[in-house]
Design a binder for this molecule. Structure first.
Ligand code: SIN
Ligand code: FE2
Length: 225
């Protein structure tokens, strides 16, 4: 595994050309983009993802405000993040089937733990992995991840498929946002003083990825309880 600080913090990014992995960019005091970090395990992540989705397919959930999300959601692990008209919550059961969420595949867990450790958060034991599916045009509005019980553990985010423009803001919604392009295989970790920073994803551009086709898949690992 590569370590933080082994490459310059800024890279020239042209259009949709991914920087050559592996490299690390620091985007906050306790926030890192590990370029290409997941690439060595993609061939194990994808079949494990397929198996999870057979039990818990993607669905477009409704926000408390009544809007249907453009991003399709699923989860694995002990807890799944859900939203409906009554609010946001972590739930041990998939509301669509009333069955437990599928177990978190070991390859998912190991990847999240290694990335957290390389960002300075050793012994991360995620109990929730939210799986987001973006088709071209889908986006994630600026928000904080704050439905978890404690904020001592980071968020670990894995990007697969089509590229995205990740917005990384501050602790106030109105704070200026950094635009961070994310590519297939990139892993972002934010924790510590950055744990509650606002973040979001701009609408995904049209395109087709060689392995995943016309979609972007994102995993976010958290310790919810
Ligand atoms: C999220 O904040 O839940 C998703 C972030 C991403 O898709 O990169
Ligand atoms: Fe989030």
């Amino acid at each position: 595994m590569h370590r933080k600080g082994d490459t310059p913090a800024t890279l020239d990014l042209f259009a949709d050309d991914a920087p050559q992995p592996p490299s690390t960019e620091q985007i906050g005091p306790a926030s890192y983009v590990f370029r290409g970090y997941a690439l060595p395990v993609v061939d194990r992540l994808l079949p494990a993802l397929e198996a999870v989705l057979q039990t818990a397919p993607f669905r477009n959930m409704v926000t408390p405000g009544g809007f249907t999300m453009s991003v399709g959601l699923s989860s694995c692990g002990a807890l799944g993040w859900t939203t409906d008209r009554s609010g946001y919550q972590y739930s041990a059961l998939d509301p669509q089937t009333d069955q437990p969420w599928p177990a978190m595949p070991q390859v998912f867990r190991d990847l999240a733990q290694a990335a957290a450790s390389d960002a300075g958060f050793a012994d991360f034991e995620p109990d929730a992995c939210l799986i987001n599916r973006y088709v071209p045009g889908a986006k994630m509005s600026l928000h904080q991840d704050k439905n978890e019980h404690g904020y001592q553990w980071p968020v670990v985010s894995v990007s697969l498929g089509l590229p995205a423009m990740f917005l990384f803001g501050g602790l106030e919604r109105s704070d200026k946002t950094q635009k961070v392009p994310l590519f297939h295989g990139d892993v972002v970790v934010w924790g510590g003083e950055d744990r509650l920073r606002f973040h979001g994803v701009l609408p995904i551009k049209q395109g087709s990825h060689s392995l995943l086709g016309e979609q972007r898949i994102n995993f976010t690992f958290r310790k919810a309880r």
